[in-house]
Unconditional design. Structure first.
Length: 361
């Protein structure tokens, strides 16, 4: 079976065209001017379902399509039969199919608002233009996410990779994360540009038919052989509300295959090993917790690592967590061929363990 590989590191070449003043200014409905924050949609809408909306529940489709309308009102429209699919009543959990037509009656929706001063959108667009794209076709975008960039905004983070990419590509009709990486982990991150492709890739992840490989630098001498760690994991929140994971025999099944690739002794810092980690399950912080539990904490890990060693590494100029999503293999949703997307090994890895510079993803 053919395996297509992609590692052509390149930057996004996008020119963002700002909207004209006329396009930015919301049109007032007839009789507007009272200062109200919402308005009645002028007429019945007939929406043809395309492939990006196919597969969604009817209620979720409406929530996305009728922003600003209370959910209780949307569900009332469904129950009363005012909202119809191909001329018939439909349940809220009806799965839409491509080619179906949804009748949306006039509803009161929130008017578009002018961007607030200091909004992060322009900054997000500039950041999105700089995200390095390593593969792109009509349904998939893969970037080499830098360490320190969150995959999405929240918890004090104005924007993550998904918001930045959307801001840099305002004409994209559909753009969603396929999977996630920790903020301090670099490497391959996939986005879907079509809903059917997103659903297909999610299915592959659930069925564990993808092959995800990471590179890590750990403290200690890891033998040049392969070990499989099977520690159950349980998520919890710290007293500060931060998400953590602990080894717990009653926790979720989690299995990681670790292969030692080489070791080095660094003066005043100690011994370090370069390892490859293969995810056999996909749990939060799985690689980090498994390696720490086995006595090989990842260098620079500020949650599960050796904190004293991390401070020594920082003083020596090694200021990152040394975990990198090096490659992912999956079946292409359109062709069915197995393809592998690779992200180059960061130069910071070779600066700490020179052997990392000889690894090709």
């Amino acid at each position: 079976m053919r395996n297509d590989e992609y590692s052509n590191l390149k930057g996004l070449r996008i020119q963002v065209h700002p909207l004209s003043a006329a396009e930015r200014t919301p049109k007032e409905p007839s009789g507007a001017g009272s200062g109200e924050s919402d308005a009645l949609a002028p007429a019945v809408r007939l929406v043809l379902i395309d492939e990006n909306s196919a597969g969604q529940r009817l209620d979720n489709f409406l929530i996305r399509s009728c922003k600003g309308v209370p959910r209780s009102h949307l569900y009332q429209l469904i129950r009363s039969g005012q909202l119809r699919v191909d001329g018939h009543r439909a349940r809220a959990d009806h799965r839409l199919e491509a080619g179906e037509q949804v009748r949306i009656p006039p509803v009161r929706v929130a008017l578009p608002q002018e961007p607030r001063a200091g909004t992060a959108s322009p900054a997000a667009a500039r950041a999105g233009e700089l995200l390095p794209v390593i593969f792109e076709d009509e349904g998939i975008i893969a970037i080499d996410k830098p360490a320190g960039v969150a995959v999405h905004g929240g918890s004090g983070i104005a924007s993550g990779a998904i918001e930045q990419l959307r801001a840099a590509r305002p004409d994209e009709r559909f753009l969603e994360l396929v999977h996630r990486l920790d903020r301090d982990t670099s490497g391959v991150l996939l986005f879907a540009r079509k809903r059917p492709w997103l659903l297909d890739l999610h299915r592959q992840l659930r069925e564990r038919s993808t092959d995800k490989r990471y590179l890590a630098i750990v403290a200690g001498r890891f033998p040049k052989r392969t070990k499989t760690f099977s520690f159950g994991l349980q998520r919890y929140l710290t007293t500060q509300g931060e998400r953590r994971v602990a080894v717990d025999p009653q926790g979720q099944e989690a299995r990681t295959r670790i292969t030692g690739l080489g070791s080095i002794v660094l003066p005043s810092l100690g011994e370090f090993s370069l390892v490859e980690a293969e995810l056999l399950t996909g749990r939060t912080h799985q690689i980090r917790v498994h390696l720490a539990q086995a006595g090989f904490p990842i260098a620079g890990d500020d949650k599960y690592g050796n904190f004293e060693l991390n401070r020594s590494l920082a003083r020596a100029g090694h200021r990152r967590m040394f975990l990198h999503a090096a490659r992912i293999a999956f079946r292409h949703p359109r062709t069915g061929r197995v393809m592998t997307v690779r992200a180059p090994v960061p130069s910071a890895f070779a600066a700490l363990v020179p052997a990392a510079g000889t690894i090709d993803g």
